[in-house]
Design a protein around this ligand. Sequence first.
Ligand SMILES: [Zn+2]
Length: 324
Amino acid sequence: MSFPIERPRRLRRSEAIRGLVRETRLTTAGLIYPMFVCPGKGVRTEVSSMPGCYQQSVDKFIEECREIEQLGLPGVILFGLPEKKDAVGSEASSPLGVVQRAIEAVRKTNLKLLVITDVCLCEYTDHGHCGVIEDGRVLNDPTLEILADAALSHARAGADIVAPSDMMDGRVGAIRSRLDENGFSEVAILAYAAKYCSGFYGPFREAAQSAPQFGDRRSYQMDPANAREALREVALDIEEGADIVMVKPALPYLDVIRMVRDNYAVPVAAYNVSGEYAMVKAAARNGWIDEQRVVTEILTGIQRAGASIILTYHAKDMSRWLKA
Ligand SMILES: [Zn+2]
């Protein structure tokens, strides 16, 4: 059967018909909003390359959390800017650290938001790498202990989900056993399973003050040219206990998201990263694109590729547009 019997345009005639046959339905239920917490009181500083995103002290952060909950978003992921940095990122696991205090504040205010915490050392180390350094190399195994300590401190503070983003081998297993040994078997792990060494992280490094002071992250983050390797990383993380696996960034890796989705039964997340956000914001400010239309298309595309959870700086705007 073909034309004139087959006429695909019949199903595009009106918004009602288009809505009826729509394959991907974007909702706020799958969107997570990333946030940056810093020391101090009354601090709210906009990140210049990420309009609408702020470095905030815990009090201001809580105000925004209320707004996020009212918008119907299910949760946030937290990144911390420590008071001081050192070679081993000691403050990452301090019970008095900014992230730990931010989690406790959410719990005390009875917000129902899911609290996800990024577990990594790059924001906390003076050299800006995601692990401990010896002779200019990032060491794998000694880093695992420190990551497990950090994850445990987040769980103690009340985190629902911890999200290791360092790309050290074996970190999901190390974190899982540390949590279980300490009575936190219900805290889930969202693994940044396939995290690529990407130029799209640029604005984030301003926001989290986490740029490496020497070299780059190619010895631990993945080569952008590889897709099959992502399946291997995902398989290992699931074997070690990951409950959700994530691909990061999202847009240049839609094929990887699809492969992961087709090959594994765990929920798949994608991180629509700072550089992807910054490009949209910059173009929209210049009047070159229609922001709402482009963001809707981007997030729909990421979901269509197979991600049911999307971490995105557009989450607040998108939830407003979905309500309208
Ligand atoms: Zn890191």
